[in-house]
Design a protein around this ligand. Structure first.
Ligand SMILES: *Cc1c(COP(=O)(O)O)cnc(C)c1O
Length: 399
């Protein structure tokens, strides 16, 4: 019998900004020096400090803070020297700004199939990476699901692919003890409200290569002020490229950096809190036979700021019914199978500016029974338990 329990909290309510971040942001506003290059002599601004601290956190030499994650992906390709019309391999299951960043850089997304556990399909990747003219892979660790990175690195090596990691959902995560974002040539992170640290909008680009970083910094809009950057290569590197690298203005400001720094200091603790919530949900939901939750291998040290499950074999009508009934009882699930893209879009066939979108039957099938749910840290473990009860109740009744 259904118990008709209801959940009443918002799935889009994040925690507030730490007090230290608020206080520092107020100081920045009082100072009037919000622009990252508007610093006193010998002063390190909040943006500089954020870059230093994030590079240190990741264990890489260089970091650039910029206006969004999508923007970081765009200049990553530019810094890597993409040419107009060049193909860029990317997950067919990703968020719209990824394909958009490729397009913005003059590239053309070459969509790669997905597996049932929401990762890039390695066989399809290998096939599509084989032609000599394919040079780039923009790999999304979509929804925090990390594909076998050892295989990815082998494929990149074998086919000479330049790897850009889209770590929008893996800030704080690792593969086999190595931090996500330290595998590729460049990594990009987002600090948009629903990611792991929140400044409303924002992005972080990291890498270890002198030339790439110097170009990314100039692209981001450093003018000839690049010497102010701390987590950056030496002046000599910039001198080789400073006049033939365009300014695609997209800097971060001191206000947002001030908000982010204390969150970064708390990141590992927050990741633990997300995973505790995931654990409550997963251990309850896996008892329902109609629900499939992907197995997570021991190498995959993920951060679960969202939860995904599949109702394999369910019809579109069933999926719609499950989503509607869960919503009725206060549980907001996202289904990517609807014909009309809604809200935050992740369906490759809604990016029709890409010419000749291939038929990707595995991805389409996977998306047709995938449900996605945010896990904001404003939910307690008891809340997660109630959410799981409601989902199971609805799935048992309708699926
Ligand atoms: C959020 C997100 C991005 C970039 O987001 P911005 O909103 O531009 O910061 C990139 N990839 C994925 C998978 C995302 O979810």
């Amino acid at each position: 019998m259904t118990n008709k329990k209801k959940f009443t909290q918002s799935f889009t309510q994040q925690e507030s900004i730490p007090e230290l971040g608020i206080e520092t942001a107020i100081e920045v506003m009082r100072s009037g020096r919000l622009h990252r290059y508007n610093t006193l002599p010998d002063e390190l601004g909040e943006t500089d400090l954020l870059e230093i601290e994030f590079a240190e956190y990741l264990g890489v030499p260089y970091c650039l803070a910029c206006s969004s994650g999508g923007y970081a992906l765009h200049i990553a390709l530019r810094a890597a020297g993409i040419e107009h019309g060049e193909l860029v391999l990317c997950n067919a299951f990703t968020l719209a700004p990824v394909a958009g960043a490729i397009h913005n850089s003059g590239g053309v997304p070459l969509l790669v199939e997905s597996t049932d556990d929401y990762c890039i399909d390695l066989a399809d990747l290998e096939a599509k990476a084989a032609p000599k003219d394919v040079r780039f892979l923009m790999l999304s660790h979509m929804r925090g699901h990390i594909v076998d990175m050892d295989r990815i690195m082998e494929i990149c090596k074998e086919h000479g692919l330049f790897l850009i990691e889209d770590c929008a959902h893996t800030m704080g995560a690792s593969w086999n003890g190595k931090k996500s974002g330290t595998f590729g040539d460049i990594a990009c992170f987002s600090t948009q409200t629903y990611k792991h640290i929140n400044s409303g909008e924002g992005g972080l680009l990291t890498c270890s290569d002198d030339q790439l970083m110097a170009k990314a910094i100039i692209h981001s809009g450093s003018y000839m002020l690049f010497e102010n950057h701390q987590a950056a290569p030496s002046k000599a590197v910039f001198d080789q490229i400073r006049l033939d690298t365009p300014n695609y203005s997209g800097r971060m400001d001191n206000l947002r950096a001030a908000i982010l720094r204390p969150q970064l200091a708390d990141l590992d603790t927050q990741c633990g809190r997300w995973n505790a919530r995931y654990e409550v949900l997963a251990s309850a939901l896996e008892k329902c036979k109609k629900i499939t939750i992907p197995e997570r291998v021991k190498e995959e040290q993920f951060v679960a700021s969202s939860f995904q499950l599949s109702l394999f074999g369910s019809s579109p009508e069933t999926m719609q019914k499950v989503v509607a009934e869960c919503q009725e009882r206060g549980v907001t699930l996202k289904w990517f199978g609807a014909d009309e893209p809604q809200g935050y879009t992740s369906r490759y066939d809604s990016w029709q500016y890409i010419q000749d979108i291939p038929e990707l039957s595995k991805t389409t099938l996977m998306l047709s029974t995938l449900l996605d749910m945010r896990i904001p840290l404003t939910f307690s473990l008891e809340d997660c338990s109630l959410i799981a009860d409601i989902i199971i109740d609805v799935v048992e009744t309708y699926a």
